[in-house]
Every structure is written in C-alpha cells, then in structure tokens.
Design a protein around this ligand. Structure first.
Ligand code: PLP
Length: 433
C-alpha cells in the first residue's frame, strides 16, 4: 500500500477491507465512506477533501471536551513512554488506574465508591449484570438472576448488553440471546412494579436504566420516575443500575444524569465521556454497601476481568480529560448551552409545522417530527442529509416508527456555534418541508 493515497484509493480499500460497525452495508458498498476524517478541532471535524463539518453528535455522544485537545495526546504519550501496559488482574496495580478509581469515587453521587474498569460501555453493561448476579449468589439467593430494563433503551452490543437493549431491532439482529432479560415501559414506575410482581421479586437481580435514553431518541423520564424506581428496588430487594455511558461526565448539565432525579444507584455504568473518546475506557462503579458485601462474602477469586481493565494509558487520558471538564466548567457550559439549544429548537418548532415536539437535557436534544404529513416515510433521515450538505452532522432515530432528529454537540460549544447549529437545522427542515 502506497504511503499517500487519494480519496478514491482509500474508498476502494475501505469498501473491500473495512467492515463498519452499525452500518448500512449495501449502501456502504455502493457509495463508499461519506467522510474519511483526518482532523478534529473543537466542535469541527475535517475530512480528506479539507471539508469542515460541525460534529453535532460529539461523534458517538462521547467527544465531550471537543476535538484536538493536545493535552490528552501528551498525557497518553507520557504514560505510554513510562508504562504503556501492565496487568490489573489479581493483585497487580498501576498508578493511573488507582488515581482514576479514587477520582470517580469523589465525583459520583451517593456512596458509589469502587470501580471495575472495562474498555467500553458494552463491557461495562455485561460486567454490571454479572456482578449483580454474582452478588446474589454471594448473598445466598442464586435464584435472583433476572435483569429488567426498559423499552427504547440501548445498552450496547455484547451478548448481555444486546439482551438488555429495549430497541427490538438490535435484539432481532441475532437469533439467540442471553436468557433472563425482561423489558418494561420506559416512563412508568407503576409498570416496572407490576413487572416485578408478575416475574416474582425473588427472581430479579437488577433493574437497569439510562437516566436519559440516548440512542432510542433522547427520552427524558418524568420528574418522579427514578425516585419511584429507587423505592421499588428497595422495597423488593432489587439492585438499581444506571447506565451513564452517554449521560456521565457532564453531558446533561450535571456530572451524572441521575443527579437530576435526586437519587443514587447501587451500580453505575460509564464509558464514552470519561475519556471524551481519546482512549477506550469504561467501567462499573459499585456503592460502598455493595462493595463491602463483596469484600466480606467473596472468599474465592472474582472470575471476571478484561485484559485491558485498568489500562494505564487509558486511565491517564481519563484523568486529564476530567481535569479539563472541571477546570473549564464544561458541565456548567453544557447546562447553559443546552438551554440555548432548546430555546433554538422551540423557535424552530414555532416556525415549522412538521416539528411535533422538542426536548433537551443539557446537550442531549431531540426534535420529534410529524411523519404522518409525509408520504415519503420518516423525515429525520432526509433532514440529516440536508444538514450534512450544509456542514452539520446529526443523527436520525427511526426505530419502531419513531421519527426523531437527535443532537449532542461537544460540551465545549459556545453560543455562536449553537446559533449556527440551530440555523442549519432550521434550514434543513425548511428544505424538506
Ligand atoms: N450504554 C449506552 C447508554 C450507550 O449509549 C452505549 C453506546 O452508545 C453503550 C452502552 C455501549 O457502549 P460501547 O459502544 O462503548 O460498547
């Protein structure tokens, strides 16, 4: 392969050799990659042609501090040059992982206190389900093994995470799933309690929920929902797990999404924003109470762990990323700019008839469309295409007859950039109306 490749050559190699995750495979083969990115700076990405676009999704809801922050590259390089990798299995440890676990204990709500590291969100979810089930084995109640999650949820693509995911097309992708997963309504605590009673509380290990559902279309639960869920979990002895893979590390205008609801979980999954995507890292945080039980009751070996659990370089990058989030008040900025974005969405709703509903919590926003007005089917994908022409990347959610446009720009975005983003969306909607 030559040192320098043209777009055409890269595109051909891409089609031939690179099987893309979550991709329309035939469209990919026909058209080649829509963008081959080479650079990032702030809220912008640049492709091989030198075209600059606004990364309105923070790539995959994860580039919280924005692109191109050299400090993270330096943190990675310094750690790699000192110690790129060593094991965290058994009693081996390393300083960045220790420091990061302590930092996470400091910033997470309630008595969340001990972290099990993974390489991403799917692994974090599978880890949470396994730890929850193992917990009940340790407590002498091995029959407590069912996991309840919600419809419209997304928890990743590992076998457990896929099984927990409430978006049915992801489950239908494969024809055999992990057993003992159940799905309930995404907004009704009453429906959750009914599911608990009908399944039998003594058979349920845990309930898992995203504080704000992301991939399912940015669904924000009613104000009392998680307080009621917490009470139901306490009443029936069920572990409450929050999946903060998207909502963690400032995305919603608070450090963690569940803080909007004034309750704390027993276990919390995180990934994405912990490193802003500059390295691969995730994890599960356990409450002091649960971790104490593990320490007291676990006499054998904890037989769960990934080669890259507690990866020194990834943890060093996370520490620097968190330092930037805190020093630059990016959580406060997400709250303020999120309010501006929502204001912009409301203005669009007033102007354009096809907008049915708008919502946002911090910098997680959605514009829901009236697709009944269109014979062409869902409108959001058309708007995404129009917006792309005008230099904005956003996402459509069209599962289960939804027709939603979602946005989640970097937490570092400023007012001028929000105005530009709103302007492009308005224009794109106007174009297809
Ligand atoms: N959980 C949630 C809420 C997510 O949004 C995602 C990814 O989008 C995951 C889990 C899976 O994380 P990963 O893709 O890092 O495995």
């Amino acid at each position: 392969i030559a040192n320098e490749l043209t777009y055409q050559e890269l595109a051909e190699l891409d089609k031939k050799h690179f099987m893309h995750p979550t991709s329309p495979i035939q469209q990919q083969q026909e058209n080649g990659p829509a963008y081959i990115f080479t650079k990032g700076d702030g809220i912008y990405l640049e492709d091989v042609h030198g075209k600059k676009v606004i990364d309105g999704m923070s790539s995959l809801w994860n580039v919280n501090i924005g692109h191109g922050r050299k400090e993270l590259g330096i943190a990675a390089m310094e750690q790699m040059n000192k110690l790129a990798f060593s094991s965290s299995f058994a009693t081996f440890s390393n300083e960045p992982a220790i420091r990061l676990a302590a930092k996470i204990a400091e910033v997470t709500p309630g008595d969340l206190n001990a972290t099990f590291f993974t390489s991403g969100g799917s692994e974090a979810n599978d880890t949470a389900y396994k730890l929850a089930r193992h917990y009940w084995i340790l407590k002498g109640q091995p029959e407590k093994k069912k996991i309840i999650s919600r419809i419209k949820s997304y928890h990743g693509v590992a076998m457990g995470a896929t099984s927990a995911t409430g978006l049915k097309p992801f489950r239908d992708f494969t024809n055999s799933l992990a057993p003992d997963f159940y799905h309930t309504d995404n907004f009704s605590a009453k429906a959750f309690e009914e599911a608990v009673i009908s399944e039998g509380p003594d058979t349920i290990a845990a309930f898992i929920a995203e504080p704000v559902q992301g991939a399912g279309g940015v669904h924000i639960a009613p104000e009392e929902y998680f307080k009621n869920v917490r009470n139901i979990c306490d009443k029936y002895n069920i572990l409450f797990i929050t999946d903060e893979v998207i909502t963690g590390f400032g995305r919603t205008g608070k450090y963690f999404g569940i803080e909007h609801y004034g309750v704390a979980p027993d276990l919390m999954c995180f990934a994405k924003g912990v490193t802003s995507g500059y390295a691969q890292l995730g994890g599960v945080v356990l409450s002091e109470k649960i971790y104490e039980d593990f320490k007291r009751l676990s006499t054998g070996t904890l037989l769960h762990g990934y080669t890259y659990s507690g990866h020194p370089m990834a943890c060093a990058v996370a520490l620097k990323n968190i330092e930037i989030i805190e020093n630059e008040n990016l959580i406060e900025n997400a709250k303020n700019m999120g309010a501006e974005m929502l204001k912009g969405f409301r203005w669009i709703q007033g102007e354009r008839e096809i907008v049915k509903n708008v919502r946002a919590l911090g910098l997680m926003g959605a514009i829901e469309l009236n697709s009944q007005q269109s014979a062409a089917g869902p409108l959001a994908p058309l708007i995404v295409n129009e917006a792309a022409k005008q230099g904005l990347i956003c996402r459509s959610v069209v599962f289960d007859k939804m027709d939603i446009l979602v946005l989640a720009p970097p937490l570092s975005i400023n007012k001028q950039e929000i105005d530009r983003l709103v302007e492009i969306i308005h224009h794109a909607i106007y174009q297809i109306e």
